[in-house]
Every structure is written in C-alpha cells, then in structure tokens.
Design a protein around this ligand. Sequence first.
Ligand code: HEC
Ligand code: HEC
Ligand code: HEC
Ligand code: HEC
Ligand code: HEC
Ligand code: HEC
Length: 485
Amino acid sequence: MKFLNLAIFLVIFSFSYSQDPTDKPEPAGEEQAQSSGEEINGDAAHGYDLFQQSCIACHKIDGDMVGPPLRDVVARVKEEGGVGRQWLHDWIKDNNALRASGDKYANEVFEKYNKIPMLTFPNLSDQDIDDILAYTSDPEGGEKAFKEAKEKKAEESAAAAAPAESGSSTTGIVIFAYVFLALLLLFTLFRLNTLKKLLSGKTDVPAEDKPGFSLAQFIHKYNKAFNVLLAAFSLLALYGLWIFMFGIGVDKGYQPDQPIYFSHQVHAGVQGIDCQYCHSSAKYGKVSGIPSPNTCMNCHKMIKEYKGEYFEEDLVKNGKFASGDDVKNFYTGEIQKMYAAIGWDPDQAEYTGEQKPIEWVRIHNMPDFVYFSHEQHVVAGEKAILNAIKNKTIPNSKELNLPEDSQVCFACHGDVSKMDEVKMANDFTMGWCVECHRTTEVDMTNEYNSQYYADLHEKLKKEYGDHTKITVDAIGGLECAKCHY
Ligand code: HEC
Ligand code: HEC
Ligand code: HEC
Ligand code: HEC
Ligand code: HEC
Ligand code: HEC
C-alpha cells in the first residue's frame, strides 16, 4: 500500500514538474522523488547517435577527457550533488545560465574541471536529452541497438539498390552485377555450344555445295581460330573483372555535394581556422567527427553574411554564376540556409526551436572491419608523420607552410585548406596504409614510444647498429590484428 501511495505521488509530482519546471517543489518532495529514481524514458540507440554527434568531442563513457566520464551520470550527479533529471537538462541545454543562476553543484563541477566551459546545446529537445541520458545508463545496449538498426537500414537500402553510399550496399550491388554477368556469359556459351553442335551435325552436307556466304560454313572452316578468339575474349573479361575487383572500395576523388555549401577554403584557408577547432575529437580518439551546429554558431551568431574578398573563380568560369558578387551572394544564402537548419532567427537573435538536422554526406568511410584511430596518428604519430613530410617519404605531400596541427592532417587528406568541397585525396585502401607504415620512421623520442619500445630499440640497435631506422611496421604496423577487428 505504501508503494502504491508513493507511485501515485510520483505520478502527480512528475506531472506538476513537467508542467512548470521552474516551479521548484518542496525540498522534501524533491528528495523523495529522486531517491526512488526519476524514470528517464529515453531511447538509448538514438542517444548513442546524439552522443557521437555532440558529446564525444569532450566526453568518454569511461575515463576523463575534456569533461568527466558520463557512464551512469544520472546516478553520479545524484550521489555527488543531490541533483536529478531537471538539473541535467538545465546543465546540458545551457550550463552557463545554470552556473550564472548560482547553482552550487554546477559551479563545483566547473571548478573541478579547470573551468573549461562546456558547449551549450539549446537545440536539443527534452526527449533528445533523455535519450542521451538513457544511453549513458546503458552504453553497450544503446550502441548495439543503434548499430543493428543501422545495419538493417543499410540492408534495406542495398536491396532497393539505392545510390551506393555505404560500403556494404556497394558490395551488394556489385555482387548482384556479377551474378548477372556470369549468368549472361553462361547463357552465351551455352548458345554457342548449341550452335557448334548444330553445325557439326550438318557437316555431312558438303560445304562447297552451299552457294554464297554462310556463317555456318565460315565457323566450320575457322573452327580453331574461333576457339582462340573465344578464349581471348574470356581472358579479357576476366582481366576486366580483376581490375574492377581491385577498384572496389577505392574512392579517391570522391566529392559529393553537401546540404550546405561549406567551404574549407574559406574557413581553414582564408580564415586560417585550425582544423582541430572544428574536428576537435581527432586528438582524443578514433574519429575526427564533424562539428555540431553549435560549433558553427560560436561564430555565426555574429557572422550573418559573407563579406570576404575571396570567391571561387571556377564557379564563374564554368558558368554556374554570372559574377563574383553572385558567388558571394550565394555564400550568404548558404549561411541563411544554415540558420534555417539550426533553427536560428538572426533578426531576433534567438532559436526558433524549428530545426532540421544538417545531413552532411560522409566522404571517408572505412569498412566496419577496419580499425583506424585518429589519435594514433595525430598524437602518437604526429611527429613521425611531420618528419616524413619534411623528408618527403610520404607520397603525395607537398611543400606546406601551414601550422603543424594542420599539416599532419594533410598527409592523409591532402591540402584541405585549398578545397572548397572536400574530396578524397588518397586511395584509403589497405595498400595505402601499409605503404606509409613501411616507409615512415617512428618517432622514438615521444613519451609513449620511448617507454613502450625501449627494449625493442636496444635490440635493433645491437643487431643493426645505431642508425637503424625503425619504421612503423617494426612496431607492429603490419600486423593484421592492429587494423582489423
Ligand atoms: C566542448 C567540450 C564539451 C562538449 C562538446 C560537451 N561537454 Fe559536457 N562537460 C564538459 C566539461 C569541461 C564538463 C565539466 C564541467 C565544466 O568544466 O564546465 C562537462 C560536464 C558535463 C556534465 C556534468 C557531469 C558531472 O559530473 O557533473 C554533463 C552531464 C555533461 N557534461 C553532459 C554532456 C552532454 C550530454 C554532451 C553532449 C550533448 C556534452 N556534455 C558535451 C565539456 C563538454
Ligand atoms: C569551421 C569548421 C571547420 C574547419 C576549421 C575545418 N573543417 Fe573539415 N569539415 C567541417 C564540416 C562542417 C565538414 C562536413 C562537410 C564537408 O564535408 O565539407 C567537414 C569535413 C571534413 C572532411 C571530410 C569528412 C568526411 O565526411 O569524410 C575532412 C577530411 C576534413 N573536414 C578535414 C579538415 C581539415 C584537414 C581541416 C584543416 C585544414 C578542416 N577540416 C577544417 C568543418 C570544418
Ligand atoms: C571560428 C569561426 C567560424 C566557425 C566555427 C564557422 N564559421 Fe562559417 N564562416 C566564418 C567566417 C569568418 C566566414 C567568412 C565571412 C566573411 O568573410 O565575410 C564564414 C563563412 C561561412 C559561409 C559562407 C562561405 C562558405 O563557406 O560557403 C558558410 C556557408 C559558413 N560559414 C557555414 C559554416 C558552418 C556550416 C559552420 C559549422 C560547421 C561554420 N560556418 C563554422 C567563421 C566561422
Ligand atoms: C594517417 C592518416 C590520417 C591522418 C593523419 C588524418 N586522418 Fe582523418 N581520416 C583518415 C581515415 C582513414 C579516415 C576514415 C576513418 C573511418 O572511416 O573510420 C578519416 C576520416 C576523417 C574524417 C571523417 C570523420 C571521421 O572521423 O571518420 C574527418 C573529419 C577527418 N578525418 C579529419 C581529419 C583531421 C582534421 C585530421 C588532422 C587533425 C586528420 N583527419 C588526420 C586518415 C587520416
Ligand atoms: C601518412 C602515414 C600513415 C598512413 C597513411 C597510415 N598510418 Fe597508421 N601509423 C602511422 C604512424 C607514423 C604510426 C606510428 C604511431 C606511433 O608512433 O605510435 C602509425 C600507427 C598505426 C597503428 C598502431 C600500430 C601499433 O603497433 O601501435 C595502427 C593500428 C594504424 N597506424 C592503422 C592505420 C590504418 C588502418 C591506416 C589506413 C586507413 C593507416 N594507419 C594509415 C602512419 C600512417
Ligand atoms: C595498416 C593497416 C592494415 C593492416 C596491417 C592490415 N590491413 Fe587489411 N585492410 C586495411 C584496410 C584499411 C582495408 C580496407 C580497404 C578498402 O576499404 O579498400 C583492409 C582490407 C582488408 C581485406 C578486405 C579486402 C577488400 O578488398 O575489401 C582483407 C581480406 C584484409 N584487409 C586482410 C588483411 C590481412 C590478412 C592482414 C595481415 C597480413 C591485414 N589485412 C593487415 C588495413 C590493414
């Protein structure tokens, strides 16, 4: 009975709570509601997706990054600060406002993490935040559910022969094409065979008796030559197939149109914005990530139109626009398009709440069985790669006068600061990874390597003398399991 009372109380309480969140209930009530655990009804799979988009730059599930680890954060903030769901919502939406309101725990957390301000997320809905919180309570489940749903979707789109976007759907289409070709070939061979049989049956008719030209006679006469020709054609077809198979997954030059014409040349080139300002997670983990709209708004709350000198002359040359001014107007239009997507009213300087996520088309995408980590290359491997650029052992590198932070990116992505639209600058195949690992000398002076490979280093020195080059393959860069799950 006690339990029933409590349940009724909770229902009423949470109702009044959602009616007016600013109307704080009595402290006693708050405690009771929280100690029995405010239910967070969220979709952990969607939460995983949002987390990857917005939070991964600064938070890990386990372990400190820029911000605290977020596994079971609901339980943790309750334990450490005695706060609950509403606090988390307020914090995530606008931690600045919450801190400014004098909230004690918010200020404690801020102090504890060296006063690094967290971004604000005014455009996340309450449901979005509940979804993220649900994910933090069950990270493994959320990730699994998300990936399963994604796979299902990919399968469906492969079945519908949708434009090839993900590796798996391309493979599907290719396999389908092969089966089709193989059947066609079998069918042709079969027909030829019948024709040949038919002809050999007819050989009792003296060929000379037939007047004029006959195909049958012709083939009969040149039977050997015909067979040779057939064999040659088959070989050619096989060769084509081989070349084609090798081309699978090689997307060098891939440059899709994006929903908003975002120019890297304007941002990274002309404005000199550091790559890692926007792709801030490269340092911390597997993915570089695409900046969330909030990152754009850090600047674009102020920058409402394009007033720069630079414009792409090619767009005028190829007749897309009549003049440079038209191109600049187009750029301004794209900024407005971004506002519309984010749900920002530039005149009123406020969020309208109406948003439509910007669906950037993913350009680089390794198959799921490949493990690639930016951190390994951008942090541990940074110096090695920069040295290799200087010594010109990395293919494709040019003379670059840009900050080192960016140069390391260019080793693989090409000079993005000169690309208006990003384009795949390398093959991104296994051969390409391995080639660089074979030729790039590891930087044995960095903290990580000098600790981990001290023994190896000594051994190699003894064996080959002091000037041995230790390339990435020597530390395991060619081991299958390092790159494959
Ligand atoms: C730019 C980096 C950054 C991003 C992006 C970011 N956070 Fe944070 N977050 C922090 C920092 C730093 C703190 C620690 C408090 C402080 O210094 O402001 C923090 C604190 C928190 C806390 C309080 C945890 C505690 O222990 O009390 C929560 C909850 C949180 N973040 C959730 C999120 C969520 C959810 C997202 C994604 C929607 C997100 N954060 C995105 C940097 C970030
Ligand atoms: C102002 C923010 C910003 C800066 C600065 C920036 N980028 Fe980007 N980057 C983006 C956005 C947004 C996208 C997604 C749209 C696109 O592909 O153009 C992107 C996409 C990319 C991609 C393709 C991602 C994919 O889908 O595979 C690469 C590679 C990339 N950036 C590298 C760089 C490098 C290298 C630099 C530094 C020279 C840099 N970026 C600077 C915002 C930025
Ligand atoms: C660090 C500041 C900064 C950030 C972050 C930033 N921009 Fe910009 N953006 C600029 C500046 C500066 C210009 C050029 C304005 C001028 O020259 O008048 C610009 C121009 C633009 C333009 C017009 C030129 C073009 O590239 O087509 C668009 C569109 C744009 N930004 C979109 C975005 C988007 C989308 C994001 C987030 C992914 C973003 N910006 C993030 C500073 C920034
Ligand atoms: C050693 C080569 C290498 C270096 C160096 C490198 N990248 Fe990448 N980058 C890749 C590969 C490979 C992928 C595809 C990863 C995948 O699909 O899992 C990628 C993907 C990306 C993406 C798409 C989103 C993602 O994370 O999958 C962005 C954005 C990006 N890189 C930006 C950068 C920036 C910015 C730098 C420099 C700080 C950089 N990269 C340095 C190889 C590299
Ligand atoms: C531009 C050169 C370059 C390219 C291209 C490159 N790598 Fe690397 N990679 C390095 C360097 C340098 C290191 C060594 C980092 C260190 O010192 O720990 C490294 C280390 C690694 C490691 C860790 C090896 C170990 O034993 O700890 C893995 C895994 C890896 N790379 C995967 C890849 C994959 C997958 C690709 C292709 C998608 C790739 N790399 C492309 C330069 C490159
Ligand atoms: C330096 C990283 C790296 C190492 C080491 C590596 N691979 Fe790969 N492997 C890749 C990448 C990246 C791809 C995906 C290439 C693509 O999508 O075009 C790949 C693809 C493959 C494929 C699929 C081929 C295809 O065309 O899709 C097989 C099979 C494979 N690797 C086996 C191996 C074996 C066996 C080893 C050990 C001898 C190994 N790999 C070592 C990076 C690596």
